[in-house]
Design a protein around this ligand. Structure first.
Ligand SMILES: C[S@@+](CC[C@H](N)C(=O)[O-])C[C@H]1O[C@@H](n2cnc3c(N)ncnc32)[C@H](O)[C@@H]1O
Length: 286
């Protein structure tokens, strides 16, 4: 079977750009961990019941620094090969170090999702992807092609209402500062691409069996944690502020003022951070 080459489209690559900053990404993960109301490890819940021991060829798609790969530590067969795929080579060192620490053979490919084309039909036993599929749901047919008939895909993604309070605070600040015509923000594109709300329908075109698990969570920032909250916002800024305003220092300042005023007035802010896990088997080969 032949596949056409798929390059990242412009909006896909613009939205992904926030993740080029490895340090910022790690910092943001720490903020999420510290400020989550749900202290369970979503990766543990995602992998519950998945027989990891018999998986030899494993991919972590949109791996970043290896958040999902890390959950395989002390779980995989010593002969397993885990390939992290990302569009930023900046993650390579941190990814290799993680695999070394976990004691399995790691590979890293920075060609982005185009790297999937090099995988043979039915050759992968386990595909993991956390908080990444919304950048490239177009590759679902590729995943169904390369996944072994007895293989498993585990996807972690955001729910449709993820970050809604932050989203509306930003929209309100932009409205107050003259951008009354704005009805949507860049983040809508990601949620529309793939989320806990529309994911099942999309996946059912490519997998015969899908299990869905909801992970209910909130990010809670007290007024004392305002600086952390701002740091979190700055990391998410390119999803929440339209492209044409992203370098407008004055507007960003106004948005941040709105966020600070809100947290001071209410004493804390609670932001919906519900996620969804999809476990897919029985790939449909097209
Ligand atoms: C929200 S981060 C998630 C990273 C990691 N899976 C985690 O859970 O922390 C999204 C990741 O997808 C990567 N990404 C975005 N577009 C991509 C593409 N076209 N191909 C491969 N990776 C991509 C980004 O570089 C980033 O590392």
């Amino acid at each position: 079977m032949r596949f056409s080459i798929t390059y990242m489209n412009i909006s896909e690559s613009k939205l992904a750009e926030a993740f080029r900053d490895v340090g910022g990404h790690l910092e943001c993960a720490e903020i999420i961990r510290e400020n989550s109301s749900n202290k369970n490890d979503i990766r543990e819940i995602a992998l519950e019941g998945v027989n990891i021991k018999n998986k030899k060829i494993i991919i972590d798609l949109g791996c970043g620094f290896g958040f999902f790969t890390q959950a395989l530590c002390n779980r995989v067969d010593p002969g397993a090969v885990v390939t992290g795929i990302d569009c930023f080579g900046e993650y390579s060192d941190v990814y290799f170090n993680l695999c070394k620490k976990c004691g399995f053979k790691g590979k890293f490919n920075n060609s982005g999702v185009d790297a999937l084309q090099a995988f043979e039909r039915n050759c992968v036993d386990l595909i993991l992807s956390s908080y990444s599929l919304y950048f490239f749901p177009r590759i679902l047919p590729q995943l169904a092609r390369i996944l072994d008939t007895s293989g498993t895909c585990v996807f972690i993604t955001h729910s449709g209402s993820h970050l809604k309070e932050l989203y509306y605070l930003v929209l309100k600040a932009l409205y107050k500062n003259g951008y009354k015509q704005l009805k949507t923000l860049p983040y809508d594109e990601l949620v529309n691409n793939f989320s806990g709300d529309n994911g099942y329908r999309q996946l059912s075109e490519h997998f015969r069996s899908i299990e869905k698990k909801d992970f209910i969570n909130e990010l809670i920032f007290s007024a004392q944690a305002t600086e952390k909250f701002l740091q979190y916002f700055r990391h998410k800024k390119s999803f929440l502020v339209p492209d044409f305003l992203i370098n407008d220092y004055k507007i960003i300042q106004k948005v941040e003022e709105e966020l600070i005023n809100h947290i001071i007035k209410t004493g804390e802010i609670r932001i919906t951070k519900d996620d969804t896990i999809f476990i897919c088997t029985n790939p449909i080969k097209k």
